[in-house]
Design a protein around this ligand. Structure first.
Ligand SMILES: [Cu+2]
Length: 510
């Protein structure tokens, strides 16, 4: 028996009507022919679900059970449609995403479309939805015609369950066509989508339980594979879209003796490109980069160079092989200036806010706060109200330092839904004296939706609340921190003060 990956997918999926019935029975035979863990096949993205005629109409089934991980059948995951990682959704600006979410899991779930500029209300990017075990929810997400092109991702966002569910396998990429891929220099290039996420096996060979693996024992998968390969010709330039769709791993990415030219960040084309030897990628972060093979034939490696996040030390390890092979190809380069920054960056600032991230241990359990509050206890008065069409400036500062009495030093990746922001300044901040120092203007060359903040430091950003009213959230994208309190809610309100949509209730409201 020698099944291709696509045939495996067909066996696993079994057709739309039989997702629920797909279990270990169908996979028993596959387990017997499991590939070796060091197969190192091509870094294929796997199943791709593409929109047609303005609509992506798909079914995503939360499917607890066995999935193919790095060529082997592994029990104990929970995946969308039996795929690890989840299928990649490919859409265009102006499309509708009509997604039937079927929850065959044992806990409440929902869907979030990370980084996308779509409505946070109704059956769209609404993290307040609760899809109970056994329930079906029909999402209908309208992507605006002017939506930026780039790399996004989707995952469950039900407070207290986000971490365990993403860990178990529920995360996948979304590509919105457009962005840098439409540049004349980039248009014809070979492309790769690289989904980075962690995981690993427990003592019994099934998927490890959430939070049980040390950082040393955690495996780092690229498109669900350990150390896969891609091929590139000498001199060839390729366009890679890289996303960290895991729960906790911080990456410093490096490519032996090669550099990255950054053309997209967090799902939007940058205004000014830059060269980078390394890319820092906390959970949720995405970059689109051009890579040119600068050596003759041979193999170089994409590596996790290692990252000290404070509490967690992520060790260095190889992630993927880039095999330089074939005939010499012609390199391309892009201009430094690609676009102008948005006009609202210099608009009148309607409001300035300061938020503080912190943590503590309460009765033996870790608790994470924004402005001293955990998400579970937020009441209506704690919800930030922002006015549609205005520009605000927020300072986010990180008090998670031992010096300030915190149990750990920890970086936190700050993420906000619905609208991107532009970092304008970074610096040090002393939580004891409240003094800012080492203030540095940020380069202001791109949008962000996820930015890490070191302990005893701050970032200042500007954001513009365009197009959509509704209630949504900002939070730490270490999902354990989010699930344990480090999330806040905000309402984008119209001129009448109307914001939150029907059913957008805080947990304290229940
Ligand atoms: Cu955090």
């Amino acid at each position: 028996m020698n099944l291709s990956r696509r045939q495996l997918i067909a066996v696993l999926a079994g057709g739309a009507g039989t997702f629920a019935a797909t279990g270990t029975g169908a996979l028993g035979a596959l387990g017997a022919r499991a590939l070796q863990g060091t197969d190192q096949g091509p870094a294929s993205i796997g199943e791709v679900l593409r929109s047609a005629n303005g609509e992506l109409r798909v079914q995503l089934v939360v499917n607890p059970g066995t999935a193919i991980v790095d060529g082997s059948a592994v029990a104990g995951l929970s995946t969308y449609n039996g795929e690890f990682p989840a299928p990649t959704l490919v859409v265009r600006p102006g499309d509708r995403m009509r997604i039937r979410l079927i929850n065959n899991g044992s806990t409440i779930t929902n869907l979030h479309f990370h980084g996308m500029h779509v409505s946070p209300r109704g059956h769209q990017d609404n993290v307040f939805l609760e899809v109970d075990p056994g329930e079906v929810h029909e999402y209908d997400v309208k992507i605006p015609k002017n939506h930026p092109g780039g790399l996004f991702w989707y995952h469950p966002h039900y407070h207290t369950e986000s971490g365990p569910q993403v860990w178990s396998g529920l995360s996948g990429l979304i590509i919105v066509e457009g962005g840098a891929s439409l540049l004349p220099q980039v248009r014809g290039l070979r492309r790769h989508s690289l989904a980075l996420r962690e995981g690993g096996l427990g003592p019994d060979g099934s998927w490890a339980d959430y939070t049980t693996l040390s950082t040393d024992a955690t495996e780092l998968y690229v498109n669900g594979m350990l150390n896969p390969r891609i091929s590139i010709r000498p001199g060839e330039t390729q366009f890679w879209q890289i996303g960290n769709i895991g729960v906790a791993t911080y990456y410093e990415l490096g490519l032996d003796d090669h550099e990255f030219t950054v053309v997209e960040e967090d799902g939007a084309m940058v205004w000014r490109t830059w060269q980078a030897d390394t890319l820092i990628m906390p959970p949720g972060k995405r970059y689109g980069v051009l890579v040119t093979a600068r050596r003759g034939r041979g193999t170089v490696r994409l590596r996790q160079l290692g990252y000290d996040q404070g509490k967690a030390q992520w060790p260095a390890r190889p992630l993927m092989r880039m095999r330089i092979t074939g005939d010499q190809d012609r390199s391309v380069s892009v201009p430094t200036h690609l676009a102008d920054p948005p006009g609202w960056l210099t608009a009148k600032i309607a409001n300035r806010r300061v938020l503080t991230l912190s943590q503590d241990i309460v009765e033996g359990d870790s608790q994470f706060y924004i402005d001293g509050l955990i998400f579970d206890e937020l009441t209506f008065k704690d919800v930030i109200k922002v006015r549609l069409g205005t520009t605000e400036e927020w300072v986010i500062r990180n008090a998670s330092s031992k010096m300030a009495g915190s149990p750990e030093n920890e970086e936190h990746p700050f993420h906000i839904h619905v609208n991107d922001f532009v970092v304008v300044e970074r610096g040090d901040w002393d939580p004891l004296t409240n003094k800012m120092s080492n203030r540095k203007a940020a380069p202001m060359r791109s949008y962000s939706d996820t930015e890490t903040i070191p302990w005893n430091a701050y970032m200042r950003f500007r954001t513009h609340f365009a197009d959509y009213t509704g209630r949504s959230v900002y939070h730490c994208h270490l999902l354990f921190h989010e699930d344990h309190g480090m999330m806040g809610a905000f309402d984008i309100v119209d001129a009448n003060g109307e914001g939150a949509g029907p059913g957008q209730h805080l947990p304290s409201h229940h």
